[in-house]
Design a protein around this ligand. Sequence first.
Ligand SMILES: Nc1nc2c(ncn2[C@@H]2O[C@H](COP(=O)(O)OP(=O)(O)OP(=O)(O)O)[C@@H](O)[C@H]2O)c(=O)[nH]1
Ligand SMILES: [Mg+2]
Length: 691
Amino acid sequence: MATTDKIRNITLIGQSGTGKTLLFDTLLYNTKMVSRCGRVEDNSSNSDFTDEEHEKKHSIFNAVGYVDYRGYKINIIDTPGYPDFIGDPISSFHAADITVSVISAVEGVQFTHRNFSKMINKIGLSRIAFINKMDRDDADFDATFAQVKKMVKSGAMPLTIPVGSGTNFSGVVNILSMKALTTKDGTIQEMDIPDDIQPTADKYRKAMIEAIAESDDALMEKYLESEMLSDEEIHTGLTNGLSSGKIIAVLCGSAEKNIGLQSLLDIIVDAMPSPILRTVRDTNDALIKIGVDKPFLGFVFKTLTERNVGELNFVRVYSGSLKSSDHVSNTNKNASERIGTLSCFIGKEKKDITTLVAGDIGILVKLKNTTVCDTLAEAKSSVIIKKPAYPKPILSMAIVPPSKQDQERMSGALHKLMGEDATLSMHFDSELKQSIVSCMGEQQMDNLVHTLKTKFDVSVTLEEPKVPYRETISRKVEAQGRHKKQSGGRGQFGDCFIRWEPLKDSEKEDPDQVYLFVNEIKGGAIPKNYIPAVDKGVHEALNRGFLSGCPMINVKATVYDGSYHAVDSSDLAFQMAAILSFKAAMPNAGVNLLEPIMNMKISILSEYMGDVMGNLSGRRGRIQGQEKDDDLTIINALCPLAELYKYANDLRSITQGTGHFEMEFSHYEQVPPDVAKKIVEAAAKEKEEEA
Ligand SMILES: Nc1nc2c(ncn2[C@@H]2O[C@H](COP(=O)(O)OP(=O)(O)OP(=O)(O)O)[C@@H](O)[C@H]2O)c(=O)[nH]1
Ligand SMILES: [Mg+2]
């Protein structure tokens, strides 16, 4: 069992297709953790092993594995690069201490890398940029390194450089050991640096020493005096620089040809920080003191339901240790949990273990109350670890069970899945009478439907969410509503005159106020005790609307006259009278349809500006302004919600996956007449079909 100082936790992140999963499989194979090197293409990968991943041929979920290397346990998380599944890499930042950004030497630094780079800067994790695919003919180490430098702004430092490139790529020079490691016929040989690379290696070695000196005042002084640092000073300075994030290690290799991976592991072991240097914050953003000798503290960064095993919770231990049969507290749920079996994953295989020490990552089976992002702590503790910052969902759909009887089963299953994926949310919209699920994109939505079917046996369908339209009036109208019925016994009588008019801005308590009811009855034309019934009738009538069955807003209703019957009047009769007044008034009140307008913030690379703007204006959107944030342009726009269905798909395809947006409700606005006509016709048709 590895002790905390001999554990390293890495997460492989980056754009889809850069080779993270092949790197994961090859690392497992090289260290003899598996007997055959898995490959995504033939479904033998140890990371992409679910049916969905086999079908799509890319990663969807975080996979966790570990390798034993030189007496160290290196936990490796392989994350999906596809934007829909961004929740998983973000969760992995709470488990790993070292991020390995896998970048293709052909495509170079891509949007996802830059996006993660900003996040990691904020969290403060140690960083490696691994320039992969050096075996490809069009690979360009220098150009990619220049892009990495631009991305991280300062501190990028090559710790390995390539020997050859494309078909001639045969190995790497390790700038730490100043040795070349070349691969011939599948075996790695350590040799002197080839003459033609020596000058480059010297240049980077000097640059590395300078960067180390710059990261520490005492070292700087020594370096300025002697132009030298001892091996020990270099090692300590480098480790400190890498731990603090001041230095970013740039490495290169090929997962395909199995080149450069030994140096990757060596540098992780020799220079990257141990888990104990990690910082963790609580929900108040205060630092939590962690340590091997402190009471147990862990964070659940992934929850997964396996059909025959039950729930698996992946936990990163920050402090203390965990043994099976320990009792711990889930501080988010204020519930206690008994630890059953403890395991580790090696790719798809689970291996039982007895103890998880501080810094390690493991799996807990069958906890009762624990879901993703929960904190587990010693029994007395109340500390809650701050959750990762996930982006807001960008796609919402109505989800429909096969029959009404399945509604509960569907909700139960969705709640379970929400406990596994922090980017998934659901609510029942009582106005629209639809269950709305929201997530990060269409692939994630497809996946959800697939999982509901295969794991929970619920075959759902997805529909476009309805738009919560509103109506309002544009003219003042007065109308009588008289409800009179005589049928055998006691009759019904209610009579009221109501003035219906648009609510002035100065009378509104909030911009989209439903209505204001005013009582102007004088001399008891309607007795006081029936006034609330008139108000209730007004409310009910407004709620049903006039044109489209959608509620009316911004209406002032003033009851100013009426009459009553000493015996036959009742609350119900006055309620009806108000409804009749509404029905009589509305044909002359100039009723308009209103639609929700959303406030949008769209972040794009400037080169896509024209296309994004064009697409927005096709959706009746209006640009309000724009600002710059580094290489991104942020467009502020207003756009009708009705035009935003699946906007995420368009934005993604226009911007080649790089665009992102967030939106929130702004206000209601009148629907243009041609659009309103269609909505009113559709509502009438729906009503006809229901009848
Ligand atoms: N030539 C070459 N191809 C590679 C290399 N690494 C990966 N590939 C290929 O690139 C493709 C994508 O590799 P994956 O490992 O699935 O990529 P990924 O980064 O895991 O992608 P996501 O799971 O979608 O995030 C596969 O066809 C790999 O065989 C490499 O070093 N050289
Ligand atoms: Mg993958």
